[in-house]
Design a protein around this ligand. Structure first.
Ligand SMILES: Nc1ncnc2c1ncn2[C@@H]1O[C@H](COP(=O)(O)OP(=O)(O)OP(=O)(O)O)[C@@H](O)[C@H]1O
Ligand SMILES: [Mg+2]
Length: 406
């Protein structure tokens, strides 16, 4: 049985499902001990809209995961999504006293860089240090002890609506859980599916869910861009519902069973039965027609993704291309359509570096929950001046120094 203090829990409160992963860090990787899920009824476009329903949904996922893991969980790391998340890059400069970078100077330059203007309702969720620059020399990850007169820092700052975070915490508390950390969904997914080489060479993570598409861009090992679109899998289902004149439930079933993103891959003669609304007669359409409805929406969404990635200024530098994950990534043909629209190599991303009950999380819709469990050790809790930071998303050396300084 795993030691209690080494057990970690990730809770992904998605638009379609609430997913809980209980795991433990081992030498072989993150060992999955238990998972649980429930249909999500209180989230719209990634953002909480019904505290009672979400509390109940969390409780269901929690009980299931605890039963499988054979242990009780009191603390979780939780995902944050929705279009209130804002990612931006910031820069700070300070003078170096006495010709050598001290721990204090490294802290002051981060403080200077985090002084970004935020709307009243927004608060900082993550401060991700991309690099330090000493007297114009860039790409420095640990500047302490270096000689120089001018110290600069480049950060990626992710802010969030404060009340959205409060509502998430409220639901967790009501379900008997305290919140050990909050991680923006685009980062959590990246933690689960990327390897270090991809982050170094440049890569975009696209988590295509039901209510949101979460985007993060990495270059030179750091996050350089993040964003959330609120057009996603549910829009594809709605298009099918409207065009085929059937219910959302039937449209979702058709999408999952017969959907395809690339018309060119689909045999036109395969029939698909569509149940009529309000007792109308069922009809038969071709599978090609289903794909003809789906493809334009998928293309439109990847055009929006490309626009978001383009805003990062790194679109031309993503040597590792795009890693596509999230439930909608399971649609046949989506990888080739994404690649055509974005003009980049695209691969499917599922959680990696995990052992134990891996069959339970062996699909891309679990990436965020696994990333949450990976992202923050229960012993590395944010506190005091660190409040709002996500320690495990910093390089290890930086996290050790933060702990020393504060
Ligand atoms: N085989 C499949 N083919 C096509 N779409 C699929 C398939 N399986 C799941 N999906 C779609 O994936 C979406 C759910 O994905 P996911 O579980 O990642 O969402 P979520 O995390 O609950 O929501 P979000 O992250 O948007 O808040 C739904 O729109 C669902 O229809
Ligand atoms: Mg999701």
């Amino acid at each position: 049985m795993a030691k209690k203090n080494s057990i970690l829990a990730g809770l992904d409160i998605g638009t379609q499902k609430v997913a809980m992963v209980i795991a433990e860090h081992t030498d072989a990787g993150l060992e999955i001990l238990g998972v649980g899920s429930s249909v999500s009824r209180g989230i719209k476009k990634g953002r909480l809209s019904d505290v009672e329903k979400t509390t109940q949904d969390i409780s269901v996922a929690l009980s299931e995961a605890e039963l499988m893991a054979g242990c009780q969980i009191h603390q979780v790391t939780v995902s944050v999504s929705g279009n209130h998340l804002r990612g931006s890059n910031s820069h700070g400069v300070v003078a170096i006293d006495n010709g050598e970078v001290s721990p204090g100077a490294a802290r002051r330059v981060i403080e200077a860089a985090q002084a970004v203007p935020l709307p009243a309702e927004q608060c900082i969720l993550h401060l991700l240090c991309r690099e330090y620059i000493v007297d114009g020399q860039s790409g420095i990850m640990d500047p302490v002890g270096m000689s120089g007169v001018r110290l600069e820092a480049n950060l990626h700052v992710i802010s969030s609506c404060e009340s959205a975070l409060g509502n998430i915490k409220k639901c967790c508390n009501k379900a008997g859980l305290s919140v050990a950390g909050l991680i923006a969904s685009p980062l959590a997914s990246g933690e689960a599916i990327l390897d270090q080489e991809e982050k170094d060479l440049g890569v975009a993570v696209v988590d295509f869910g039901a209510g949101t598409v979460d985007i993060s861009v990495y270059h030179a090992g750091s996050v350089v861009h993040s964003g959330v679109l609120t057009v996603a899998g549910l829009h594809v289902t709605r298009d099918l519902s409207q065009c085929l004149e059937t219910s959302m439930r039937e449209a979702e079933a058709i999408k999952l069973h017969d959907g395809a993103a690339d018309v060119a891959d689909v045999d036109g003669s395969t029939p698909v039965e569509v149940t009529g609304i309000g007792g109308r007669e069922p009809r038969v359409v071709s599978r090609r027609l289903v794909a003809e409805i789906i493809q334009p929406r998928i293309e439109e969404i990847f055009e929006m993704v490309l626009e978001s990635v383009g805003r990062s200024g790194y679109a031309e530098m993503l040597t590792s291309g795009v890693v596509l994950t999230g439930g909608a990534a399971m649609m046949p043909g989506i990888v080739s359509v994404a690649s055509q629209v974005m003009g980049m190599p695209v691969r499917l991303g599922e959680p990696t570096g995990v052992v134990g009950l891996t069959d339970e999380i062996d699909d891309p819709s679990w990436s965020t929950a696994v990333g949450l469990a990976k992202g923050l050790r229960s012993s590395d809790l944010s506190h005091g001046a660190l409040k709002g930071l996500t320690p495990r998303l910093m390089p290890d050396w930086l996290w050790r120094r933060w702990k020393e300084y504060f």
